[in-house]
Design a protein around this ligand. Structure first.
Ligand code: GLP
Length: 241
């Protein structure tokens, strides 16, 4: 370990411990955690260190993130076991289906306002926009659009996204670790309908995901539109005793 990484690890540990203490002592369930900016100023640490410490608290179920609203103190009585973060390929294989992809678009674009906000990038920073039709046993399952910050994941080419994107990222040392995900009911537009082989306005399950590394660095923003007649979201739930 170099002197600088040692110092960073120490700062992260110190901040993590301070926040844990604060959660136990002064903050109540559902209280907002101080913002990233406040923590940077108060503890004299970098944003990356703040993200790492808060990411660890989140992993331990002590805080939860609400997309666009911030990070809040978790209510210990409602902390639930988090679900496994899977890629499309893993998800399909677990259903005994063979995953495949058809690349529709791969371009480097400046991040728009929403993508920049969700990925904590400066507006206009370069992102790779990848649009793929995802297939299961050769049949269209979903249209998936992802935005990836090239400054964090490196360059992309068609070969990289021909198979599993998560495998490709892991191969570069960028391991998807956890994600904020919203699942909602919607309908497909004419373009998505043509790709999915359904009538326009057919029902779809939309999955929005922001994916982070273990250190809490956002590496992907994704929007997936699944055919509602082919896909359902499956979870195992346990009754509290
Ligand atoms: C799911 C997620 C996407 C992610 C994809 C990666 O579909 N919703 O956010 O990009 O998995 O899948 P794969 O590794 O098979 O390309």
């Amino acid at each position: 370990m170099t002197a600088s990484t040692g110092k960073t690890a120490f700062k992260h540990e110190a901040l993590y411990t301070a926040l844990r203490t604060e959660i136990g002592a002064t903050l109540r369930p559902h209280d907002p955690l101080p913002s990233e900016r406040e923590l940077v100023a108060r503890f004299g640490v970098s944003r990356a260190t703040v993200r790492q410490a808060v990411g660890r608290l989140e992993e331990e179920g002590l805080v939860y993130r609400s997309q666009g609203a911030g990070t809040f103190v978790a209510d210990p009585s409602t902390i639930s076991k988090s679900l496994a973060l899977t890629s499309f390929s893993e998800d399909m294989r677990s259903r005994r289906l063979t995953p495949d992809s058809r690349l529709l678009d791969l371009t480097l674009v400046p991040a728009g306002v929403t993508v920049a906000r969700d990925l904590s990038l400066s507006p206009g920073a370069e992102v790779a926009h990848v649009r793929r039709l995802r297939l299961a046993d050769g049949l269209p399952m979903c249209v998936e659009e992802v935005w990836l910050p090239t400054e964090r994941i490196g360059g992309l080419d068609a070969g990289t996204v021909a198979g599993s994107l998560y495998d490709a990222l892991a191969g570069r040392g960028v391991q998807p670790h956890h994600a904020d995900q919203v699942i909602s009911a919607t309908v497909v537009d004419a373009d998505q309908a043509a790709l999915l082989g359904v009538a326009p306005y057919s029902p779809a399950l939309r999955v929005d995901r922001i994916t982070y590394t273990e250190a809490g660095v956002a590496v992907e923003r994704a929007e997936s539109m699944y055919r509602a007649d082919r896909y359902d979201f499956r979870i195992t739930v346990t009754r509290r005793t």
